[in-house]
Ligand binder design. Structure first.
Ligand code: ARG
Length: 588
């Protein structure tokens, strides 16, 4: 269905035309004086030049045409030439009725569906998932869901960090600890053991130990670099070890993402594109893009007019090893070949912006990416603790994601058991559902590009702009509907009537804006805009609720209308939180 703002503009276009003015001036926007009107049109001001006429005269001419309009109950010309507009209650009720009948809740699909790859995981194997990867998962998952909801084909790729120095470090450290492992014997030609020589717990201890040592011990670091290069060049034993690391690590990562309700279509990683790299680099050399510099192969990506210097892209180091940049460019090559995407969107920490400028430029310049393929980088800000510094554990270490989720759920559990009458058995499950809303909404309601403060207390509150507040509102509506049915009513057959009071109309208006809010948020890649919409909707529900005794209403038709409205609002809220990436419990 069309957005109400479009339908209003169409009505106004007719009025402009009938009054003898160009309909292109008839654009309706939300009112910037909600105390005076619901919508407004500033077109008369813009038309002043064309018609050499006072805007107020133009506005008055148009207003006359709107007398008796089905769409507007008020169209008032005010100085210096605004048209103040209010919607007709009956028209609004009709719109909402159609919206109720539509399984899509009036959400318009994109006109030209596209294929979009969202690259939004970026965890590094053999390192525990930490809070730094939380934002990528939350924001990326939301953008994926938005795109799908609006009709695009969206492919989510986790893009594992599985091919870099961290693997070389683990191999080196393992060699130190267990030099006799068959994986290190270069002459060995038999099969490697099924069983890994370490557990996931070992890995999580080995990596930080190796990383710390490499910072102090240059010889050790060089061995790790060499192991990385040899792995990439296909050394059998190292590859077998790598496979063991991958098996354990990926299973662990999947479990973590499951807890976040984040799913990927592709579990590809940097290692998957190793096979393209030799030919890709060769072609760049042959085409004259890549040149040798002290044994390394690089491509210039600086462009005229760059405000700051963009360093060249390094493809191969002098030891032949590929880099983060190389695998990202080769990944674009594979994505073009397999998926022909219209857009590739990276949801990654904004501190990696320069890396992506280099990758995008190199991939375009060398013809790896078609001109039509949009490449976008959505760089997100840092998640800080209350002290304004990057979020840490109480001991000052890197916070593991599992730990963070655990903390939130504990807090949620406490609140739920304290406040509500939920039986204990359900309380834990409910705490996990509400806890996820606290984490995800806390993140998404902030503009992605900005840093934000992860405030457990605030995010888990049942009041204010929080996930739990939204869920609380949804649960409240559910309980009204349940009680209505328990008393013998049938919510499904209830018919919506035109609003009578202000809070009722406000709620109806906000509900009718869902289409616009969702499309706008997706177009701007701005989940926080959908959050702002749904928060306002929840506020409108609660204002209305406090002013009306729905279940005690004696006018049956009126009561049924409110029930119909509650049913619709609940559906909109559930749809919106699903797009945001969380769900609602039955009770709280
Ligand atoms: N593994 C990287 C990191 O932890 C993030 C990967 C982001 N995606 C990409 N295609 N580079 O920093």
């Amino acid at each position: 269905m069309q957005k109400i703002i479009q339908l209003m503009s169409e009505e106004l276009e007719k009025a402009f035309e009938n009054a003898g003015y160009d309909p292109r001036f008839a654009r309706v926007v939300a009112s910037n004086r909600p105390d005076l009107c619901e919508f407004q049109c500033n077109g008369a001001m813009a038309a002043k030049k064309t018609y050499k006429k006072a805007p107020i005269e133009i506005a008055k001419d148009v207003a006359v045409q709107l007398e008796g309009s089905d769409v507007f109950s008020k169209a008032e010309a005010v100085m210096p030439g605004f048209l103040n507009l209010d919607l007709q209650e009956s028209w609004l009720a009709e719109y909402l009725t159609k919206m109720s009948e539509d399984p899509e809740l009036a959400v318009q699909k994109v006109e030209n569906p596209r294929t979009v790859i969202v690259d939004y995981g970026g965890p590094n194997v053999a390192k525990p998932l930490h809070v730094g990867h939380l934002r990528a998962a939350i924001i990326g998952e939301c953008l994926k869901r938005m795109g799908r909801r609006l009709g695009d084909t969206v492919i989510g790729d986790v893009h594992l960090g599985d091919w870099g120095l961290q693997i070389g470090l683990i191999i080196t450290e393992l060699h130190e600890r267990q030099p006799d492992l068959v994986y290190f014997d270069e002459n060995y030609t038999g099969d490697y053991p099924e069983e890994a020589p370490f557990t996931i717990g070992d890995l999580e201890e080995i990596y930080p130990a190796a990383s710390a040592r490499s910072k102090e011990d240059e010889e050790y670091r060089n061995r790790a670099l060499q192991a990385t290069a040899e792995l990439q060049q296909g050394r059998r034993g190292y590859h077998a070890l790598w496979e063991q690391i991958m098996k354990l690590s990926v299973a662990d990562l999947k479990e973590n993402y499951r807890k976040l309700d984040v799913t990927f279509d592709l579990w590809k990683g940097e290692s998957d594109v190793q096979k393209y790299i030799p030919d890709m680099v060769k072609k760049m050399q042959d085409d004259g893009f890549a040149y040798e510099d002290q044994g390394a192969w690089i491509v210039d990506v600086a462009e005229e007019g760059d405000a700051k210097q963009i360093p060249p892209c390094m493809l191969l180091k002098s030891d032949g090893a590929s880099l983060y940049t190389t695998t990202d460019i080769a990944t674009l090559l594979e994505r073009e070949q397999i998926y022909h995407p219209d857009e590739v969107l990276y949801v990654v920490d904004k501190r990696q912006e320069l890396h992506f400028v280099q990758v995008f430029r190199c991939a375009r310049k060398t013809g790896i990416v078609r001109d039509e393929t949009e490449l976008n980088f959505l760089g997100f800000g840092t998640m800080n603790g209350k002290d304004g510094k990057p979020f840490k554990t109480r001991e000052g270490g890197v916070m593991r994601l599992e730990e963070l989720i655990g903390d939130i759920n504990k807090e949620m559990y406490k609140k739920i058991v304290e406040n509500r009458s939920v039986r204990d058995k359900d309380a834990e499950e409910t705490a996990a559902i509400v806890g996820l809303s606290a984490i995800k909404y806390g993140d998404l309601s902030n503009q992605a590009t900005k840093d934000y403060i992860f405030d457990v207390e605030r995010f888990t509150s049942f009041e204010g702009n929080t996930g739990p507040y939204l869920l609380y509102t949804i649960v409240r509506i559910r309980s009204i509907l349940e009680r209505y049915e328990e008393a013998g009513g049938n919510a499904e057959t209830c018919v919506l009537l035109p609003a009578e009071g202000k809070s009722e109309k406000d709620l109806m208006l906000q509900t009718a804006r869902y289409n616009e809010a969702l499309s706008g948020a997706y177009a701007d890649k701005a989940p926080h805009r959908l959050c702002a919409y749904i928060y306002e909707l929840a506020n409108d529900v609660n204002t209305f609720y406090h002013e009306h005794r729905i279940l005690a209403e004696e006018d049956t038709a009126r009561q049924q209308s409110w029930i119909a409205l509650m049913t619709l609002v609940r559906r909109v809220m559930l749809d919106a939180i699903d797009v945001l990436g969380f769900s609602a419990p039955e009770r709280m």
